[in-house]
Design a binder for this molecule. Structure first.
Ligand SMILES: Cc1cc2nc3c(=O)[nH]c(=O)nc-3n(C[C@H](O)[C@H](O)[C@H](O)COP(=O)(O)OP(=O)(O)OC[C@H]3O[C@@H](n4cnc5c(N)ncnc54)[C@H](O)[C@@H]3O)c2cc1C
Length: 394
């Protein structure tokens, strides 16, 4: 049977240069970057944009710790530095507002041991971050009740690299940009069901089969089985989901307050006086989007840590499932043994700070231009080696 007889649909147009599965922060940035580079793009989203882990409201953009520098930390550092300009460009192109601000971050110190460890990091930060950002150890918390002085008996770390962004603001700006691009075909309420690398086709949930130049699997936690199958690996081998719960409080506070972070707890003041607090980290869960008493505990801890929000009413509770790749680092680049198939998954807790740079890597690979350097630990091979229980050389 020839292609003309087989029900193959080319989406009413020529096969896209790039077919993208998933309209979370990863897929949306990739669409914008690819379309800007002149590629024709079909973006296929199972539900609505932001329907996955990107649909929350935390938006912390925090660096890894500055010591034991490696490729992953360097990639994230450059991404966090660049994001300010990326957002400015997006805002000026679309007129949308992303709620970005480089507010810095405070880490309360609860022991002399922690203080000593942080003092050792000051030099590492200067070495690896350069002069543009500071990493300082202070004796006291400098802002009243942010955090509570009793929560920081040994002082605080204050670093100036961290920022925050409004996740709905960024997603809205990326969607506005996409709506302005004639070379993007957005398909909502449609899933990529399977990819067939041999024929460079993908089957969609509406029954159509789309030919593509490349396909990028950027569909969050659901990307792992698709990537694994394309690579000929067991479906569940490459990654899993870690549920997180967060809350939004109407705190009517100042938007320039630094992010406060303590042992998995984030307190983030946003532009509109709202404060986001999170998050739980749950590997075992029955209800991926439900909130429960674990979130109540997070809220309680946050109120104790930052008395500014002690009485602020909770206006939203939310949960989502973060994509965590088997090797912990993001999963980015060609899928071995599957020509034209690209992975863009596993941003876990840091996607909002790095997705634009991950997109640059894939687009430069497709267009054959110079792109950002990517650590070997991001490669699908590296993750596959972890899955096979081997120690990777990467
Ligand atoms: C509580 C919580 C707090 C967080 N806080 C932060 C933070 O402060 N800073 C930060 O950087 N990160 C944070 N994260 C992590 C961040 O949200 C995720 O890493 C990020 O959203 C992942 O983006 P993604 O685009 O890869 O996946 P997703 O946002 O999950 O998007 C995947 C999309 O693909 C769609 N889809 C699924 N299967 C298919 C298919 N077969 N075909 C087509 N479409 C499909 C889904 O509907 C979804 O819209 C947090 C996560 C949680 C849960």
């Amino acid at each position: 049977m020839g292609i003309a007889d087989s029900g193959v649909v080319h989406a009413g147009q020529a096969a896209p240069d790039l077919l993208i599965a998933g309209a979370g922060v990863a897929g949306l940035w990739l669409t914008v970057k690819a379309a800007r580079a002149g590629l024709s793009v079909m973006l296929v989203e199972r539900g609505n944009p932001g329907g996955g882990a990107s649909g929350g409201f935390l938006g912390a953009l925090m660096p890894h710790s500055p010591e034991r520098w490696n490729g992953k930390k360097d990639f994230q550092f450059r991404a966090l530095v660049d994001l300010e300009d990326e957002v400015a460009r997006l805002e000026s192109e679309t007129g949308a507002y992303c709620g970005y601000r480089r507010v810095g971050r405070l880490l309360p110190l609860t022991s002399e041991r922690a203080r000593t460890a942080e003092l050792a990091r000051v030099g590492e930060a200067q070495l690896n971050w350069g002069d543009a950002f500071r990493y300082e150890v202070k004796h006291t918390a400098e802002i009243d009740n942010w955090p509570d002085i009793l929560a920081a008996p040994h002082g605080t770390v204050h670093e100036t690299l961290s920022a925050r962004i409004s996740p709905p603001g960024l997603l809205g700006a990326l969607l506005t940009s996409i709506a302005m691009m004639p070379n993007v075909d957005l398909r909502l309420e449609t899933s990529v069901v399977e990819v067939s690398p041999a024929g460079r086709t993908a089957t969609l949930s509406d029954g159509s089969v789309v030919s593509y130049g490349h396909v990028a699997l950027a569909n969050g936690v659901d990307a792992f089985p698709l990537i694994a199958r394309a690579a000929g690996l067991p479906s569940q081998s490459l990654g899993s989901g870690v549920k997180g719960q967060a809350a939004l409080l109407d705190a009517r506070t100042y938007p320039d307050l630094p992010v406060v972070y303590e042992d998995g707890l984030y307190v983030i003041a946003h532009e509109n006086g709202h404060v986001a607090v999170g998050s739980t980290s749950e590997r075992d869960y029955d209800d991926p989007t439900g909130t429960d008493e674990a979130l109540d505990l997070v809220i309680k801890r946050a109120r104790r840590l930052c008395p500014v929000i002690k009485h602020a009413p909770v206006i939203r509770r939310w949960a989502g499932v973060r994509p965590r790749a088997i090797g912990r680092d993001p999963m980015l680049g060609p899928v071995p043994g599957a020509p034209g198939v690209l992975a863009m998954a596993g941003g876990f807790k840091i996607s909002f700070g790095i997705a634009h740079r991950m997109a640059d890597v894939l687009v430069s690979g497709i267009t054959g231009t110079q792109g950002p350097e990517t650590p070997a630990s991001f490669s699908v091979e590296h993750h596959a080696a972890k899955a096979a229980g081997k120690t990777s050389t990467g």
